[in-house]
Design a protein. Structure first.
Ligand code: NAI
Length: 476
């Protein structure tokens, strides 16, 4: 088996945590039981690009139990939990000397070159073929396949311009080398893919954009916009893991501090709630009047970053947008202000601009925590080099919430793989009855007793006793 992880001897520890997580992931375990006899993913070759954590290990092993042949990478250079990666490679029945699990190419602290190399490896099966399904988080695997096929069709990989971000140059180099090694490979891979299921807001934006421009090559299911994903993982998951990231990175007391949350979408709502729960005075920035009004009515001050940049102690960006905190902002911050991002990509904070400030010095405190000292002597503390801090500095979302997200992922994989003809190229969400099913699978574990509609009540409100209970446009 080909794979590359940090240390296979961590597998036993990883396995113990996977076993604990299984109990906390009732949706995934129920899905395993439901499909034990039919193995609907037999024949699926799934390439996954999603944070290689303990929770993801339970997802991977669920896909395998349902019959899939899987290869995996992390979708961020800092988010891999090395014991989880080791346990997945070793598998439940293997040993570090005789691994019998799933090929994983991921370790905590990859370089960007290594990151794209890993993505390329996971898209290439030892028999020379590619995947027929992608499970993506943020869209990097989908991007590599699309760009590869596009440049093969054009006959050349373009040269990056001096203004392009460093990472784009690396992507182009990766494609140039891989096409030189085997011309036509990306076109072939793209042709073989039945579909992709996308985990996060940012990846979903990319998919709709590609579809709008007529560039999407295979159908996609937008898992993020299942209610049981974005209204749970993005919100309650971040409510948990934003504090975890801050604590593990800095252990600074949050109570009494001024915290700024940029963006009051699902992620921002969870972060603002959590910071307030710790006793911080939370200030929100927004560009959308609806979300701004929501934040105000939830009791938060809403203003611009420029207004408060000099008084806040903690900054968290959660916009999915870029250049939210600029180098000029950071220069104006208080001494030892903490600057962090929980959005998917690292361009919410202008790290390149910060590094270019004349006379600035970077003082590494520990992995994923840097103090940046300005020439005037004051400094700021940047978490995870501007990458998502909850996975870079802590262990991301806990199992129970990820069980909701990942049950949607498994259902979406089964949908696209087994009902390919029903999904022409386009971007789809799962039907509401499946969303409700995912929620239902998580009720018992929390001791929830659901009220059942009577037939008359169901008729009165115009729904079926078995659901769906809400129209598609309902917003929760
Ligand atoms: P969302 O679209 O619900 O919320 C983003 C909010 O930011 C919107 O309300 C938007 O109006 C606002 N915004 C955009 N530009 C802004 C600006 N310049 N200043 C202030 N506000 C601005 O998206 P969601 O679901 O909250 O996701 C946000 C990001 O977090 C995405 O990149 C997503 O992929 C990522 N994500 C990260 C997770 C993690 O564990 N770290 C988990 C889930 C999502």
């Amino acid at each position: 088996m080909d794979f590359k992880v940090a240390d296979l001897s961590l597998a036993a520890f990883g396995r113990k945590e996977i076993q604990l997580a299984e109990h906390e992931m009732p949706g995934l375990m129920a899905t395993r039981r439901e499909y034990a006899g039919t193995r609907p993913l037999a024949g699926a070759r799934i390439m996954g690009s999603l944070h290689m954590t303990i929770q993801t290990a339970v997802l991977i092993e669920t896909l395998v139990e349902l019959g899939a042949d899987v290869r995996w990478v992390s979708c961020n250079i800092f988010s891999t939990q090395d014991h989880a990666a080791a346990a997945v490679v070793v598998g439940p029945d293997g040993t570090p000397d005789d691994p019998k699990g799933v090929p994983v190419f991921a370790w905590k602290g990859e370089t960007l070159e290594e990151y794209w190399w890993c993505t390329e490896q996971a898209l290439q099966w030892p028999d020379g073929g590619g995947p027929n399904m992608i499970l993506d988080d943020g869209g990097d695997a989908t991007l590599l396949v699309h760009k590869g096929a596009e440049y093969e069709a054009a006959g050349a990989v373009p040269t990056a311009s001096a203004d392009d971000p460093e990472e784009w140059k690396i992507i182009l180099d990766t494609l140039r080398r891989s096409i030189a090694e085997r011309p036509g490979r990306w076109t072939e891979i793209a042709k073989g893919i039945k579909g992709v299921t996308e985990e996060t807001t940012t990846g979903v934006h990319r998919l709709y954009e590609m579809h709008k421009n007529g560039r999407l090559l295979f159908p996609a299911i937008n898992v993020n916009d299942s209610v049981t994903k974005s209204k749970f993982d993005n919100k309650y998951g971040c409510r948990h893991s934003v504090i975890d990231g801050l604590n593990r990175a800095t252990d600074v007391l949050i109570g009494g501090k001024v915290a700024v949350v940029c963006g009051y979408g699902d992620v921002g709502k969870g972060c603002a709630d959590a910071l307030r729960g710790q006793g911080a005075r939370v200030i929100v920035t927004e560009i959308d009047p609806i979300c701004a009004l929501q934040a105000a009515m939830d009791g938060f001050q809403v203003t611009t970053l420029d207004e408060v940049v000099g008084i806040a102690d903690i900054f968290v960006t959660a916009t999915g947008n870029f250049n939210i905190i600029t180098a000029e902002h950071m220069a104006k911050m208080k001494h030892q202000a903490i600057v962090s991002n929980i959005g998917h990509f690292d361009n919410e904070i202008d790290m390149a601009g910060l590094a270019r400030v004349e006379g600035i010095k970077r003082n590494n405190i520990k992995p994923q925590v840097d103090e940046w000292v300005f020439p005037d002597g004051h400094s700021i503390i940047v978490l995870a080099e501007g990458r998502l801090m909850n996975l870079g500095c802590a262990t991301g979302h806990p199992s129970f919430v990820m069980s909701n997200s990942f049950t949607n992922q498994v259902i979406a994989q089964i949908e696209l793989f087994t009902k390919t003809a029903d999904y022409p190229v386009g971007v789809y969400t799962l039907p509401k009855h499946l969303d409700e099913k995912v929620a239902r699978l998580h009720l018992d574990a929390l001791g929830v007793k659901l009220t059942e509609l009577t037939k008359e009540q169901a008729e009165y409100i115009g729904v079926d006793v078995q659901g769906p209970y809400k129209p598609d446009h309902y917003r929760y």
